[in-house]
Design a protein around this ligand. Structure first.
Ligand SMILES: [Zn+2]
Length: 149
């Protein structure tokens, strides 16, 4: 995740974490392509943000990773993306991306979301958010400086 954020800077990186929720050693990171720039070029009236302020996981990659997880009987345990030259806050856009389209239901209520803050190509800090079913909000559960967990 750390290296991926650096590689993609000044654009946002994004990826998926698969594994068994009960076995932390099973966790594997799957970096994904951020196709936000292509979407903005192709559909400027639908996508105003570019890849430096937004991310959109390539749906084909998403399906490949979901298939892999299903085949290996693993869960989608987390998601991550970076905030180039911004703090690792949970944005309104992050909230929207984590929900089923047009609803207030999270698409993966048990998954964690890691936001990585990277300034001038150097990873600075991270925050981890999870869905709080009582508050019906994503709340920060952990944050800190390097190293990433
Ligand atoms: Zn974000």
């Amino acid at each position: 995740m750390h290296d991926h954020a650096i590689r993609e800077f000044p654009n946002e990186c994004c990826g998926i974490i698969i594994g068994s929720a009960t076995d932390p050693s099973s966790v594997e990171v799957r970096p994904c392509a951020n196709i936000q720039h292509e979407l903005k070029e192709k559909y400027p009236h639908l996508y105003q943000r570019d890849a430096d302020t937004g991310y959109f996981v390539d749906p084909k990659e998403l399906m490949t990773i979901f298939d892999e997880a299903a085949r290996k009987k693993l869960d989608i345990v987390g998601f991550y993306h970076s905030h180039p030259n911004h703090e690792p806050y949970w944005s309104a856009e992050d909230h929207r991306a984590a929900m089923w389209a047009g609803t207030e239901e999270p698409s993966f209520p048990d998954a964690y979301h890691i936001v990585i803050s990277i300034y001038d190509g150097a990873v600075k800090s991270y925050s981890m958010y999870m869905w709080d079913a009582g508050l019906k909000l994503f709340t920060c559960r952990e944050s800190g400086a390097l190293p990433l967990p």
